[in-house]
Design a protein around this ligand. Structure first.
Ligand code: C5P
Length: 216
């Protein structure tokens, strides 16, 4: 059970979270959901009533936040300023605001540093996000970029959130555009990433394929 870092990037609804968690369990590794970290900062920004356009205010909230991330794939959890935020960070308010917060350079700088510490401490870990293979862990042992058709992604997300497929499709499009076009560390495919289109694949197939790549 030596050191092993797996980077899983891709847009929302590509199956990243489910696949990454299951892969981590199968490998006896930790699991880091970096999206949950950006969501927790966003939760705090909303809670403390800071305007999303106030870049300095947003950075200040991020810098002062006590963020605790549990990396056990069987029970990942997030606490922000001693509040259990696992449910709230998946809600519509945070989801609508998170791309704006994640575009603030000081927020990214802070969270990327935290992510590198967590990866270093874990040694064996599956990390999911948008910029893991390209920025956070460029020396990862395996880099995966998961994609799926826009329809498939909207369907999967709406099953998770109970929002309508139409609303979810609109939200995905909006976030994909913001996440892919921001100036700092946009959603990107690392040149050495293995690209997997999961539109017609079941979760088990995807996990099995990745597992085989890690042990190969
Ligand atoms: O993966 P999830 O949908 O929870 O991510 C929420 C948001 O956090 C994304 O839409 C993106 O704006 C941001 N994010 C990011 N970089 C990451 C992970 C997430 O910018 N590594």
């Amino acid at each position: 059970n030596g050191r092993c870092v797996v980077a899983v990037d891709g847009p929302s609804g590509s199956g990243k979270s489910t696949v990454s968690r299951r892969l981590a369990s199968a490998l006896g590794a930790q699991y880091l959901d970096t999206g949950a970290m950006y969501r927790a900062v966003t939760w705090a920004v909303l809670r403390y009533g800071v305007d999303l356009g106030d870049v300095e205010g947003v950075a200040k909230v991020a810098g002062g936040l006590d963020l605790v991330i549990g990396t056990d794939p069987a029970a990942p959890h997030v606490r922000a300023d001693d509040v259990d935020v696992d449910a709230d960070i998946r809600g519509p308010e945070v989801t609508a605001a998170v791309s704006a917060v994640a575009a603030v350079p000081a927020v990214r700088q802070l969270l990327v540093a935290r992510q590198r510490e967590l990866i270093e401490a874990a040694g064996r870990i599956v990390v999911e996000g948008r910029d893991i293979g390209a920025v956070v862990a460029p020396d990862a042992d395996l880099k995966v970029y998961l994609t799926a058709s826009h329809d498939a992604r909207a369907q999967r997300r709406s099953l998770e959130t109970a929002a309508s497929v139409d609303d979810t499709a609109a939200d995905l499009l909006r976030r994909d555009t913001l996440d892919s076009t921001r100036a700092v560390d946009p959603l990107q495919q690392a040149p050495d990433a293995v690209v997997l289109d999961t539109t017609a694949m079941g979760i088990d197939d995807v996990v099995a394929r990745l597992r085989a790549m890690v042990t190969a």
